[in-house]
Design a protein around this ligand. Structure first.
Ligand SMILES: *[C@@H]1O[C@H](CO)[C@@H](O)[C@H](O)[C@H]1NC(C)=O
Ligand SMILES: *[C@@H]1O[C@H](CO)[C@@H](O)[C@H](O)[C@H]1NC(C)=O
Ligand SMILES: *[C@@H]1O[C@H](CO)[C@@H](O)[C@H](O)[C@H]1NC(C)=O
Ligand SMILES: *[C@@H]1O[C@H](CO)[C@@H](O)[C@H](O)[C@H]1NC(C)=O
Ligand SMILES: *[C@@H]1O[C@H](CO)[C@@H](O)[C@H](O)[C@H]1NC(C)=O
Length: 342
């Protein structure tokens, strides 16, 4: 999903260049804010054509609305994307970016020499729907003020050097449906996130951090499409992610909970048809493999190795997954394992 999203932004940039001739005049305040961003980011090569003789809606990385929202024909900057430039140094220029008062999408991607913390001024962008600051040198906390962004739908702060706990305020934005905080150095417990009922298909990745404690009970009410909690130190029960009783999770298509310290009985796990990837390896999961696994025709990736499972590998599953999907358990038996069931 992330890769597709990035591709969409790249296509948007390409389309912006081609359709440039039809674009609107630039709003003076927006232009000033963008020139301040350029100066703060050391006038790097990404900004060579950000010059006042070209209307700012034509600049690479910029997308404008068709009008100013009150009948005028001046476009307002709604999207700012700066990506793949290791010549850009300095901190994220919060005040300059906050000058883009109609901004809906901020995309800062693969800027390895951008450092400092996430600036508080970004909380002033009340129309911001998508915030991406990914693959940068940004450090410090995931700031709690991000919870004040009422329009936020997608937050991607992956592949940075963020530390500390995930602030509970991230549960607040009513439309927030996609959160990626993977590959940082986050610690502490997972607060209840993504509890919005506005969007039915939630995306959450918190992989490669140092999170501990249990999975929040509130997650039982979230319709996850993809969830990746791998490589943390999470404990306890994860079965609530898969639904309970008759209330299954029909949209779940990918769950990676590998390399944690989760401990629950797999026998009763509800696994639905849509599921195409399930990695539970390297935990302390006990019980047996549910027979329904053999019926899940979409399930391409299935890995329960390095757990404490027992009993027979369901016939049918044995034919589709190799030995390394099942190895290193307590007493699993039957093909493709060498141990026959007694
Ligand atoms: C960037 O360009 C502006 C305008 O030419 C100039 O005033 C400023 O000093 C430059 N900044 C850097 C860091 O090069
Ligand atoms: C996670 O925490 C443990 C100790 O609590 C520490 O040894 C380890 O280096 C940490 N890992 C990361 C990726 O920060
Ligand atoms: C796991 O749950 C099943 C019923 O769903 C039960 O029969 C079994 O004893 C449980 N296993 C363990 C190890 O608690
Ligand atoms: C698997 O599918 C078969 C054929 O549709 C059905 O008879 C069986 O009950 C299913 N098994 C489970 C565990 O759902
Ligand atoms: C399952 O996970 C184990 C442990 O990480 C790995 O060695 C193995 O290759 C994986 N199996 C498959 C089929 O991906």
């Amino acid at each position: 999903m992330r890769a597709i999203h990035i591709l969409a932004v790249l296509l948007l940039l390409a389309a912006g260049g081609a359709a440039g001739a039809e674009k609107k005049a630039c709003h003076g305040g927006d232009e000033a804010a963008l020139l301040a961003v350029k100066a703060a980011f050391s006038n790097a090569s990404s900004f060579v054509s950000w010059t006042p003789d070209i209307p700012c809606c034509h600049w690479p990385g910029i997308d404008c609305s068709d009008d100013d929202g009150s009948g005028g024909t001046t476009g307002r900057v709604v999207s700012l994307a700066i990506l793949r430039d290791d010549g850009i140094t300095g901190v994220v220029p919060g005040d300059a970016i906050a000058g883009l008062t109609r901004l809906q999408i901020l995309f800062l991607f693969k800027l390895p020499r951008v450092s400092g913390t996430i600036p508080a001024a970004l909380a002033r962008l009340s129309g911001l729907k998508e915030l991406t600051i990914s693959r940068t040198g940004v450090s410090g906390p995931v700031p709690s003020f991000l919870g004040a962004l009422k329009a936020l739908e997608s937050l991607d702060l992956s592949f940075n050097a963020l530390t500390g706990a995930i602030p509970p305020s991230l549960g607040a934005p009513p439309r927030l449906i996609s959160v990626d905080l993977s590959r940082n150095r986050l610690t502490g417990r997972i607060p209840p996130l993504l509890l919005s009922k506005a969007g039915p298909q939630a995306f959450l990745s918190l992989s490669h951090n140092n999170l501990s404690g249990g999975i929040p009970a509130e997650f039982a009410a979230v319709n996850f499409e993809q969830i990746d909690l791998s490589r943390n130190q999470l404990t306890g029960d994860a079965s609530l992610l898969f639904g309970r009783g008759d209330d299954d999770k029909p949209v779940l298509d990918s769950a990676d909970l590998s390399r944690n310290a989760l401990s629950f009985n797999m026998s009763g796990l509800r696994l639905t048809r849509r599921l195409d990837s399930l990695d539970l390896s390297h935990n302390m999961i006990y019980g047996g493999i549910p027979a329904v696994v053999a019926n899940l025709t979409n399930l391409q990736v299935f890995n329960v190795s390095y757990n404490r499972l027992c009993g027979a590998v369901p016939v049918g599953a044995a034919a589709r997954y190799d030995l390394y999907s099942f190895a290193h358990n307590k007493c699993l038996c039957g093909a493709p394992l060498p141990d026959a069931c007694r």
